[in-house]
Ligand binder design. Structure first.
Ligand code: HEM
Ligand code: HEM
Length: 208
């Protein structure tokens, strides 16, 4: 039986999952830019995208406070490595998407606001760069969608086929996982909390 992620991490995980899935749908809907609601949709997209960046910064700071709870004992080393790498990939894409969006605003010579606050442009106006960033932003979004599908598929496989309590570690119900014992200090021999999951039954950090 494994421990849960701390409540703060679970709340941030599901709030951001809902926000990012909405952003992917909104982005896809915006491709049909001749719709009467296209301008409002784009404004909403930009504001929510920057909110996602803000939430990510909070999440990363919060993530430094704990180590991920232990993975199920029977999980093979290769799968642990894949899980670890896919989480790093998800974090990288969650950062890269809003940053390319924000940079795109600068390259288009448009001001960027958040809650009425004017943000600095990340680069000077340059139409050629705008084109490149626009393309990159779309590819990053496809990458996020693909990785999220794999990630969610793996989580459901653990829940429905393996029934090893992995999904409950990110859940809120009375389920399989016990309340978090992972709220322990991040540093073990100076190890980064991102370096791996806590060991199943000790305070050792297992590195994939
Ligand atoms: C997590 C954050 C974000 C996600 C998941 C996301 C996703 C997407 C997607 C899926 C598209 C459509 C891509 C396509 O052409 O197939 C798109 C377009 C776009 N996004 Fe984002 N985006 C995010 C953040 C941002 C931010 C912060 C900004 C600007 C401040 C932004 C500005 C734009 C613009 C200008 C377009 C092109 C709209 C058009 O040409 O019609 N995005 N985004
Ligand atoms: C946009 C959608 C999502 C994103 C960006 C995302 C991102 C992440 C990240 C980065 C982690 C690693 C947490 C950490 O250790 O710091 C994680 C863990 C987890 N996620 Fe998601 N997630 C998403 C959607 C989902 C969905 C839909 C499910 C379930 C169907 C899910 C289930 C889980 C579970 C069970 C864990 C813990 C796995 C483990 O520790 O090995 N996630 N997620």
């Amino acid at each position: 039986m494994s421990a849960r992620y701390p409540l703060s991490a679970r709340l941030l995980h599901w709030a951001m999952a809902a926000l990012l899935l909405s952003m992917l749908c909104l982005g896809a809907a915006m491709v049909d830019r001749w719709q009467p609601w296209a301008t409002e949709a784009l404004q909403l997209h930009k504001a929510l995208g920057l909110l996602a960046l803000l939430l990510l910064l909070v999440r990363l700071l919060n993530r430094l406070r704990f180590r991920a709870p232990a993975l199920p004992d029977e999980m093979p080393a290769a799968q642990r490595t894949i899980a670890h790498l896919s989480h790093l990939g998800l974090y990288a894409l969650m950062l890269a998407l809003p940053l390319t969006g924000w940079a795109m605003q600068g390259a288009a010579g448009l001001p960027q606001q958040l809650f009425g606050l004017v943000l600095p442009a990340l680069m000077d106006a340059d139409l050629a760069r705008y084109g490149l960033l626009r393309e990159l932003h779309a590819w990053l979004a496809y990458g996020l969608l693909a990785l999220v599908l794999l990630h969610a598929g793996a989580a459901l496989h653990h829940a429905w086929v393996r029934r090893d309590g992995l999904l409950a570690r990110m859940g809120f119900g009375a389920g399989h996982a016990r309340e978090n014992a992972a709220n322990e200090p991040a540093a073990v021999d100076g190890a980064s909390p991102f370096a791996g999951h806590a060991a199943a039954d000790s305070s050792e950090v297992s590195r994939p």
